[in-house]
Design a binder for this molecule. Sequence first.
Ligand SMILES: [Zn+2]
Length: 149
Amino acid sequence: MTSTTATIHVEEISATAVHLRIIKGGASKRQRVRWDDLAAAAGPDNDLDLRAVYHPAYEQAQIMRVNACPGHVPTKTVERPFVNAVASTFGTDGEAPKYNPSAHGGVSIVETCRCGATRHTNRNGQHEERGTWTFERQGMRDDQGYPVA
Ligand SMILES: [Zn+2]
C-alpha cells in the first residue's frame, strides 16, 4: 500500500515563520511558512483533507512557541463566568497553583500571552484561585464548528 498523503513535521519556529519538513511519496522537502499562512491552512476555511494534514503541524508549532516563550505576559484579558476549578489541591507550596473553592462561583479571568499560552484565574470577592500558563489544544473542527476526532 502506498499513500499520497503528506506527513508534515515542524523542524523549527521563528517569530515570523515555521519551518516544515514535508514528506510525501518518499520525497522530502523543507518549506518555510508564515505563521498566518499555517494558521489559515489549519483553519476552518481550508479543505478538510488539507486541514487534517496541516492542523497537527500547527498545534505542534504552537506548543513549541509556548515552550520557547521567555516569560508569559498577558496581552489580552477576558472575563467570563466561572466554569470550573483551575488549580488542583496538589502542589500548594511556593508559586504552585492552589485550589481555592472560595474563589469559585464568581468570574474566571482568562489571560492570553502573545505566544498563545493562556492562564485562567477564578475570582470571587477577595478570593482568588490562579491556574498555570498552558497551551490549550483547540482540536480540529469541521465546517460546522464541531470537533473532528
Ligand atoms: Zn508566552
